[in-house]
Design a protein around this ligand. Structure first.
Ligand code: BG6
Length: 473
């Protein structure tokens, strides 16, 4: 439904953009920083994490560009092994100082810092010591990391995201490490439970240390459409949403497991270990908002019991058609959407799906929502006269923002938009070949060149969007 009178974005809307530490900072072993599991496990066919966009050394220049763009907020993440090189214990003062300088510089430029505490980069030493997220020991270590951040940055940072894409890490666990001897599925549900406990503790701690702050998760979500109106397919789409979305959001918001998923876990012998007090902790830590990473929707159909179980295999090289869909026999299997265009990485471009998702979440949970990621990965071309004509990205973002405006008119309390990404950075799966930024970073996977910053056409477009508070899309 369209409305006769278009609605405006709220006056205090956060016009933001996002990045994550290991994808932009570089300096992966400088000034006391230690290795994370991402530093060790990033796709070896592309650039590594040692330099990336060199933001660690150029953050002032980058913040000046954010100001020029007109951003009113900036979502970034904090590297755990930069602040705590041993995962716990002694704080690396130089590492902490970097983030203090960063948030100070943002504030001086009128940009609200939006900090993600955990964006995939677990200290490698904790993985080696006790298996990282597979052990409950991590809950205390994560709480300690949070305490250091809240106590030292809490005066300046009033918006916090606990964990980035807990949901996707279980669908696409390309950066996680698992015990080869144990059932993968069982490990995922155990880790999910442990992560949710760590998230809940972080929320409670935040409320104690910075009572005027707001905190919530940043969840990676894709709504599932049925491939046909065959009732089996419609039910399969519902269940896909339960497994891939509502399992996580119900845990975060209500502190409970969905009954159908719990029964599935029992029947498959993969229930997580629940200790005394766990569910009470989860129930006592309702987030202030939901952060949503949205890139695409998905299509599913019923998967007969006779099929073989199969994990999703994602397209990492940007050659169309390489994605292989997941199959969960008796529940659902993925399929492609003939009505949608796709990126070179097979991501299906569906702006309306964002409105659908926002409304669905609003109806279920009634919490304020911020879009913590949304964007289009592409091979950008730098012309001889130093331009990047990324009209495909402008088109993608414009269509998604139009749907955000409609969702606000529908009644969704949307308070910010953080396109992915502010500048070109190391893609989690595909290095510097796959770019997302408003600002081009002059390097390739093999050649660091001069890392010069160049404003793309989308930079000037977003500048106008912000200047008009979203009236001019
Ligand atoms: C999200 C992550 O999953 O998607 C980001 O939070 C990531 O870290 C982004 O970069 C895009 O994915 P990719 O693989 O294209 O870099």
């Amino acid at each position: 439904m369209n409305y006769q009178h278009s609605i405006a974005f709220p006056e205090d809307f956060f016009w933001s953009a996002a990045t994550a530490a290991y994808q932009v900072e570089g300096a992966h072993l400088e000034e006391g920083k230690n290795l994370s599991i991402v530093d060790k496990n990033i796709n070896p066919n592309y650039a590594d994490t040692s330099v990336t966009s060199d933001h660690y050394h150029r953050f002032k220049e980058d913040i000046a560009l954010m100001k020029e763009l007109g951003m009113t907020a900036y979502r970034f993440s904090i590297s755990w092994p930069r602040v705590l090189p041993h995962g716990r214990g002694e704080v690396n003062q130089q590492g902490l100082q970097f983030y203090q300088n960063l948030v100070e510089e943002l504030r001086e430029n009128g940009i609200e810092p939006l900090a993600t505490i955990y964006h995939f980069d677990l200290p490698a030493c904790l993985q080696e010591e006790y298996g990282g997220w597979s052990s409950r020991q991590i809950i205390d270590d994560f709480a300690y990391f949070c305490k250091v951040l809240f106590e030292n940055l809490g005066g300046q940072v009033k918006y916090w995201f606990t964990i980035n894409e807990q949901s996707n890490m279980f669908l696409l666990p390309y950066l996680m490490e698992f015990d080869q001897e144990l059932s993968l599925e069982k490990q995922k549900y155990e880790m999910n439970h442990i992560m949710t406990l760590a998230h809940a503790k972080a929320i409670k701690l935040c409320r104690e240390v910075i009572p005027d702050a707001k905190i919530g998760p940043a969840i990676g979500l894709s709504p599932n459409y049925p491939e046909s109106c065959r009732p089996e397919d419609v039910q399969a789409a519902r269940e896909a949403d339960d497994f891939r979305t509502y399992l996580f959001t119900d845990l975060y918001v209500h502190g409970r497991y969905r009954k159908n998923i719990w029964r599935y876990m029992e029947e498959h012998g993969v229930t997580p270990t629940i200790e005394e007090g766990d569910m009470e902790l989860l129930q006592s830590a309702k987030p202030d908002f939901l952060g949503i990473n949205y890139y695409q929707s998905r299509v599913v159909k019923y998967a007969p019991e006779s099929l073989e179980n199969k994990d999703m295999s994602i397209n990492v090289d940007g050659k169309k058609g390489e994605t292989e869909f997941e199959v969960i026999p008796g529940i659902y299997q993925g399929s492609s959407n003939p009505y949608l265009d796709k990126t070179d990485w097979d991501w299906e471009i569906d702006a309306i799906g964002l409105r659908t998702l926002l409304n669905e979440l609003n109806d279920r949970y009634g919490l304020p929502i911020i879009i913590t990621e949304n964007g289009m990965g592409a091979v950008d071309v730098l012309t001889e006269d130093e331009k990047v004509h990324d009209e495909y990205r402008i088109d993608y973002l414009r269509k998604h923002l139009e749907q955000c405006r409609l969702a606000i008119a529908d009644g969704v309390e949307l308070f910010g938009y953080c396109p992915w990404s502010f500048m070109d950075l190391l893609s989690t799966t595909s290095g510097f070949r796959k770019r997302y930024g408003f600002v081009y970073v002059n390097r390739t996977d093999d050649d660091l060149k001069d890392l010069r910053r160049i404003k793309k056409d989308s930079f000037y477009w977003y500048q106008e969007v912000i200047r008009s508070n979203g009236q001019k899309l």
